[in-house]
Design a protein around this ligand. Structure first.
Ligand code: FES
Length: 201
């Protein structure tokens, strides 16, 4: 017997007992009782399931509203120490550079250059096609591994196809006198004399 037929042929007595069958009253069927209960319970489960899904969807939408989509970018500002950390007794080279600090090249792609009266951050990106340049302490020059451009210790180009000096990052002291380099800000040689390009020591 199908479920439809079961519904059509099944009624409840005043006491809640099931009276079923095809017109023959008084012959209760325990099997019909279990089917009816099973059907009722099934409908209840489906109904509550729909309610739960609706509530869940509404809650999800509310949470999405409370926590809007955010795109996280890697930080671009790096605290690299204090001015005292870059003090040295060395003499400047022919280009006025005392030290080339390579500690930040691997992770942040810049060098910290110490001149007699300035500290600045040199972007390690070749100005030809963008390869990362390397510092050769023994030769006191930067070299690009891609097409052979070479730069003096201050970043000035002197060999290869690079069209201009290495660029520099914004550098400044924060309120606690820590040196902060912002790698999101890149400037070419036309503004190297501006205050934002170096820290005076
Ligand atoms: S990318 Fe450096 S020389 Fe071409």
């Amino acid at each position: 017997m199908g479920i439809g037929a079961l519904i059509m042929n099944t009624t409840l007595s005043d006491s809640g007992e099931v009276i079923s069958g095809s017109g023959t009253h008084g012959s209760a069927e325990p099997e019909g009782l279990s089917r009816r209960q099973f059907l009722n319970q099934g409908i209840s489960v489906v109904g509550w399931g729909i309610v739960a899904i609706s509530l869940g969807a509404g809650l999800f939408e509310n949470l999405r509203f409370l926590y809007p989509k955010v795109v996280f970018h890697p930080p671009s500002k790096y605290t690299i120490g204090r001015v005292d950390d870059f003090m040295t007794d060395k003499k400047p080279d022919a280009f006025g550079v005392i030290t080339v600090d390579t500690r930040f090249k691997k992770d942040h792609r810049f060098f910290v250059i110490r001149e007699k009266e300035r500290i600045f951050a040199l972007y390690a990106r070749c100005t030809h096609l963008g390869c990362t340049v390397n510092w050769f302490e023994d030769l006191t020059i930067f070299k690009c591994p891609c097409h052979g451009s070479e730069f003096h210790s201050n970043g000035k180009e002197f060999a290869g196809p690079a069209p201009r000096p290495l660029d520099r990052h914004h550098i400044a002291l924060d309120s606690d006198d820590n040196i902060v380099v912002d790698t999101a800000l890149v400037y070419n040689h036309t503004v190297f004399e501006e205050q934002k390009m170096y820290i005076k020591v």
